[in-house]
Design a protein around this ligand. Structure first.
Ligand code: TXA
Ligand code: MG
Length: 554
């Protein structure tokens, strides 16, 4: 079959010529032919929706499964009662607000709509497209046009007449060229036969706008998750692999800077990338398609199918795609990418925030650690970890025995007190000890923070900086406090007299030592434990946000 082209791009053409072409196309529709038609969302493969034979041809041309119903395209809300039963007032309200436009409503079907069109369902999807040419064709034809997206089943949708040509040349009677699609993703589908209304497919009309008009909207499972084997989603089309280029797609979510880094790590030679415009320079040397700026979701919707389609002209082995956040049109763009990927999605783990806390006795370190726990953090007590390693780690014990034989008793048993004495007055020996223990502590701490999904850790170490453990932290924080307040706390806490409390404090390093070596200082100059813990909670909250901000943008 020779596929005819009708070009409607030049709207300065004489009215009579445009009218003649419209009439010709409308006649083709009325006579049961298949015609590729432009809409604001994607191109449709149109036929008379009331003509069983014509509709059957759509399924054949697309290679579409028979159980996947079609949308009826109408010229206005006045057509609703012709093809739908018991039309609720909300349908008219939505039509007034959003038609013509990228919204499909699922309503009870009238008897005149044939089974093939609705795949046997007792409901029908109806929409009024926002494209002057197609609206005129529908009016001129005087019948609703059943039209799925014009792509071959499984391929990315068509957003230009050239795309339709690529997929349908020779299989359909005509293609109407109405220029590139303004929206670029298909219509949003809302099921109004249930209460509350249910979103079956995110699309060109953002969910937020529907929610504003309807109140609560339930989001169907099929929108966010892969449909499992044998499951029956409300929109039958959601169960099929869709929009997919030949190469396997993997979607990476998260902030742009982070997802770009994750993609970079996964990329092998010969792979392709779909990325936001600003990350193009990161992927030089690879087959790359831009999705538009990360801030421009309108552009992303217009680009997404083109980007996916473009890879079929290449030999890429795998494709990695950045994914917009789900606000506004991002929900539809992300959904199309994830469907193209068969829901193969990498969600980058947020790296945990690790804070190092240090400070002398009585300064309030314990309260500060309490604040960390109140914020959902996990405290790693380095003293306890160190002692655990000294009991159990034979490699560490072996190294210590070689370096400090005098700290080992007759039965090769480490005398911790003796070891402490050796290094206490000897900075060189202390350094040797730290050099030996650090790699073990480092490995152990990494082991402790690796498997859990904890967003916040505090490393609690009196020798945080000297031991080298401070390097594991995004920030080291000195907890400091005036000596007099520390004395009062220790007296109360340990039930000892003031003189002894002074002695204990003086045996330790002064505040200035910690202050000068840490990144930050959290001074404890309040007199109640509770007040300091509150202060610490607020302090850490702000700090954590700041660090997380750095992690995503840095
Ligand atoms: O923007 C669009 O909606 C485009 C343009 C051409 O208008 N059309 C489009 O049609 O995307 P199609 O066939 O590619 O996708 C229609 C989706 C399918 O997932 C189908 O299962 C679902 O709508 N659908 C159609 N009728 C339905 C019904 N009665 N109940 C539930 N889902 C329905
Ligand atoms: Mg489709």
């Amino acid at each position: 079959m020779e596929t005819q082209r009708f070009d409607f791009r030049d709207n300065r053409e004489p009215r009579s010529i445009i009218q003649a072409k419209l009439q010709e196309v409308a006649k083709l529709i009325r006579h049961g032919h298949l015609v590729g038609i432009p809409t604001e969302t994607v191109y449709g493969l149109g036929a008379n929706g009331l003509d069983e034979e014509a509709v059957n041809k759509i399924f054949q041309a697309k290679g579409r499964p028979q159980d996947n119903p079609l949308i009826l395209h109408v010229a206005s809300a006045q057509w609703l009662p012709l093809y739908c039963k018991e039309v609720p007032v909300t349908a008219y309200a939505l039509a007034r607000k959003f038609w013509p436009g990228p919204l499909t409503m699922i309503l009870k079907r009238a008897d005149c709509v044939p089974d093939v069109t609705t795949a046997g369902l007792d409901t029908v999807g109806v929409r009024c497209p926002d494209h002057a040419v197609t609206l005129n064709i529908i009016r001129e034809a005087g019948v609703p046009i059943a039209a799925p997206s014009a792509n071959v089943s499984g391929r990315p949708s068509c957003t230009s007449a050239e795309d339709v040509w690529e997929d349908m040349n020779g299989k359909i009677t005509a293609i109407v060229d109405g220029g590139p699609c303004a929206v670029g993703v298909e219509s949003t589908i809302i099921d109004l036969t249930c209460n509350p209304p249910r979103l079956l497919r995110p699309g060109g009309l953002p969910l937020e706008e529907l929610e504003q008009a309807l109140g609560t909207v339930v989001i169907d499972q099929g929108v966010t998750n892969a449909v499992g084997e044998g499951e029956q989603p409300k929109a039958p089309g959601m169960k099929y692999r869709h929009y997919a280029p030949k190469a396997q797609v993997t979607v990476v979510t998260g902030k742009g800077a982070q997802s770009a880094k994750v993609i970079k790590k996964h990329l092998k030679r010969g792979d392709g990338v779909i990325c936001f415009e600003e990350f193009l320079p990161m992927f030089k040397g690879y087959e790359v398609q831009s999705l538009g700026l990360s801030t421009d979701k309108i552009a992303q919707a217009q680009r997404v199918f083109d980007a996916l389609r473009a890879f079929d002209e290449t030999e890429v082995t795998a494709i990695y795609a950045q994914c917009p956040d789900p606000k506004g049109l991002g929900l539809a763009v992300g959904n199309r990418l994830k469907k193209a990927a068969g829901f193969r999605v990498i969600t980058p783990q947020k790296a945990p925030v690790i804070l190092g806390l240090t400070g002398g006795t009585g300064s309030g370190k314990t309260s500060a650690l309490g604040a960390i726990e109140r914020l959902g953090g996990v405290v790693l007590d380095c003293d306890a970890i160190y002692h655990g390693l000294l009991e159990t780690n034979q490699d560490l014990i072996g190294e210590l025995q070689t370096a400090f034989p005098e700290a080992f008793g007759s039965e090769d048993h480490l005398n911790r007190k003796a070891l402490g004495k050796i290094v206490f007055h000897n900075p060189l020996k202390l350094k040797t000890l730290n050099d030996i223990t650090f790699p073990y502590m480092d490995a152990e701490i990494h082991r402790l923070i690796a498997p859990q999904d904890v967003p916040l850790y505090a490393i609690d170490a009196i020798n945080l900086i000297e031991s080298g453990l401070g390097a594991l932290c995004q920030r080291t924080i000195a907890i400091t406090s005036p000596v007099e307040l520390r004395v009062q706390r220790i007296v109360k806490r340990d039930e000892i007299d003031r003189r002894y409390a002074y002695m204990r404090i003086n045996a330790q390093k002064p505040d200035t030592y910690y202050r000068n070596r840490c990144d930050l200082e959290l001074p404890n100059n309040v007199d109640s434990v509770q007040a300091f813990e509150e202060k610490a909670v607020a302090y850490f909250q702000t700090l954590i946000l700041k660090i997380q901000e750095e992690q995503t943008h840095g």
